[in-house]
Design a protein around this ligand. Structure first.
Ligand SMILES: *[C@@H]1O[C@H](CO)[C@@H](O)[C@H](O)[C@H]1NC(C)=O
Ligand SMILES: *[C@@H]1O[C@H](CO)[C@@H](O)[C@H](O)[C@H]1NC(C)=O
Length: 429
């Protein structure tokens, strides 16, 4: 178990330096060893067997040969490899353990989706109101009682599904910190809360609950910054669209929220050049461009406008020149929007979204690989438009290659960063 043992070595080194605890959120850098070069993190990056499995699984061709030829190349951290919510293919999302796993797999940038608590502290959660399906809150009666909507079991008579709604804004930071992260799952016919959660319930069989049995630590934005900084890595933080009415508590506005994210980074002495803020709301990007221009200059506009229909997609493409003219520098559509099927040749090619964005000078990031499970039967919604060309797990690298080298995106989010890290190291990205 090379990765476990080198982590232990790392902890020992920190302990020997006289740190009382293994600096869980400390500011000391991780020991420099392994393949790190120059000012890289120095983390002894391990990609594990999965990228090799994917390459073996590919259809024969030049790309497979090129990726195979990289099999013994030393691997180091790459900013092209962006951790999406930590490493949620296997680790509970947005937990300390998931972030460390992502760092071990060579992600150069780690993501925190930002939401706020009832005492207006910022925490890492994918959504304002997902605690009932990403943490153990329902197993804690005193906190479950604070949920926006309490747990209601499945009703076998009416067929009404089990439900609950628990928001970060229902509880304080201290209460949030007492929660453990769990694999994202809900069981719609659950009769009690333990059936509702992932461990007994509906975690897909291609993920695992292996790392959800001991408490996976939930994380505040400040703790995330401290942890990621201690590993010498960089940041991407998304202002999650609040699901509670704004202004929250009467006077906490959307601008207060997105400004507080910036202030938390600057308060921790993190320069804007190391932070890629994100939002699905153009207004947030424009706010940062105007009020925090250093942060705005590399803020990412998350674009899912095209997801609803062909017409919406065409409208989104047509709006790209206008977005660029208004100062947006980076767009991040979901990955299917960047690719298209060329049925005459059976090849996957850059989409009109991709070519238009590049033509108007926008940089592109995309999300999220390793979220779709097995790809034998077309890959599901992330592979919309090319489903008929996807029939094995190795096809993932074919799509990554179009996006990385034909389109020239600047980074790719993945739920298992090793897959992107391997590719990025192979092609010097
Ligand atoms: C929930 O239901 C399952 C299945 O009926 C049962 O095994 C388990 O003990 C129940 N848990 C609680 C906390 O009641
Ligand atoms: C390509 O073929 C697929 C599957 O037959 C079809 O669904 C799709 O509409 C075709 N695309 C184009 C652009 O013709």
């Amino acid at each position: 178990m090379p990765s476990t043992s080198s982590y232990t070595v790392g902890l020992c080194a920190l302990l020997q330096l006289g740190t009382a605890l293994p600096a869980p959120w400390g500011s000391s850098k991780w020991p420099h060893h392994g393949n790190g070069k120059g000012d890289q993190s120095g983390i002894n990056v391990q990609v594990g067997p999965r990228p090799y499995y994917l390459v073996d699984n590919m259809d024969d061709g030049d790309l497979k040969d090129q990726l195979e030829a990289c099999s013994e190349k030393p691997i180091s951290t790459s900013h092209f490899s962006i951790s999406h919510r930590g490493a949620p293919l296997m680790f509970p999302e947005h937990t300390k353990q998931g972030y460390i796993a992502a760092a071990r797999m060579g992600a150069g940038i780690i993501e925190c989706d930002v939401s706020f608590t009832s005492d207006r502290e910022l925490v890492c959660r994918h959504s304002n109101c997902d605690l009932h399906y990403t943490t153990n809150i329902l197993a804690k009666p005193e906190l479950a009682a604070k949920c926006t909507s309490p747990f209601v079991p499945y009703n076998p008579e009416t067929g009404e599904e089990a439900s609950a709604e628990c928001c970060t804004s229902d509880i304080t930071l201290a209460e949030f910190k007492s929660l453990c992260g769990e694999m994202e799952a809900t069981t719609y016919n659950a009769l009690n809360t333990s059936e509702y959660m992932g461990r007994i319930g509906s975690t897909p069989d291609w993920r695992t609950n292996m790392y959800a049995y001991s408490c996976a630590d939930t994380v505040s934005l400040k703790e995330y910054i401290s942890l990621v900084d201690s590993m010498g890595l960089d940041f991407t933080a998304e202002a999650k669209e609040p699901e509670v009415p704004m202004p929250f508590q009467g006077d906490y506005t959307q601008n207060d929220f997105v400004q507080q994210i910036v202030d938390t980074f600057t308060g921790a002495n993190i320069p804007a050049s190391r932070v890629w803020l994100q939002s699905f709301l153009p207004r947030d990007i424009y706010y940062w461009l105007e009020n925090d221009p250093d942060f705005g200059a590399q803020a990412i506009y998350l674009d899912e406008r095209g997801d609803t229909s062909t017409k919406a997609y065409e409208k989104a493409v047509a709006s790209l020149p206008r977005l660029a003219a208004k100062g947006v520098k980076i767009v991040a559509p979901d990955l299917w929007q960047l690719v298209a099927a060329d049925n005459a040749t059976g090849k996957i090619i850059p989409s009109t979204y991709a070519t238009t964005a590049r033509d108007v000078g926008l940089d592109i990031i995309t999300w999220s690989f390793e979220r779709s499970g097995p790809l034998e039967s077309g890959g599901g919604s992330y592979y919309t438009g090319i489903n008929h060309l996807i029939n094995n797990d190795g096809d993932e690298y074919t799509v990554i290659d179009v996006i990385a080298r034909e389109i020239g995106v600047i980074g790719i989010f993945a739920d298992w960063p090793a897959t992107i890290t391997y590719y990025a190291n192979c092609f010097g990205l």
